[in-house]
Design a protein around this ligand. Structure first.
Ligand code: ZN
Length: 100
C-alpha cells in the first residue's frame, strides 16, 4: 500500500486504437502480422535476439497506437503502488487532489 507521504506521479498514455481502426484485431494479432512481414531478427546470441525483438515490438506498439487518429493522449496524477519487470501499477483512488 502507498504511504501517505508518497507524491503522485504525472502519467501519460495513449489508449489502444478504436474499434474501427483496429478492425477487431488485438495487439497480439498486430505484432504477429508484423513479425511475419519483418524478416530475420539480428543477434549473435539468444539474449541479443530477444533484446532486438523487444525493441522492434516497442516501436510496433507505438505504430499501432498512432494508426488511430480518434484517440488522444491522456494524462493524470496517479499514485504508484508497485512495479515489476514489465509493468507499473498505479492507483487513482490513493491520490488526494489539491484544490489549488
Ligand atoms: Zn480510430
Amino acid at each position: 500500500m502507498p504511504s501517505e507521504s508518497e507524491e503522485p506521479e504525472s502519467v501519460r498514455w495513449r489508449p489502444w486504437p478504436c474499434e474501427n481502426c483496429r478492425g477487431g484485431a488485438t495487439l497480439l494479432d498486430y505484432l504477429l502480422g508484423r513479425h511475419e512481414a519483418g524478416g530475420e531478427i539480428p543477434g549473435d546470441s539468444e539474449d541479443e535476439v530477444i533484446d532486438a525483438m523487444i525493441a522492434r515490438e516497442r516501436a510496433w506498439v507505438v505504430d499501432w497506437v498512432e494508426s488511430c487518429e480518434h484517440t488522444a493522449e491522456r494524462s493524470d496524477s496517479l499514485a504508484r503502488l508497485d512495479e515489476g519487470s514489465e509493468h507499473i501499477v498505479y492507483s487513482r483512488l490513493a491520490v488526494k487532489k489539491s484544490s489549488s
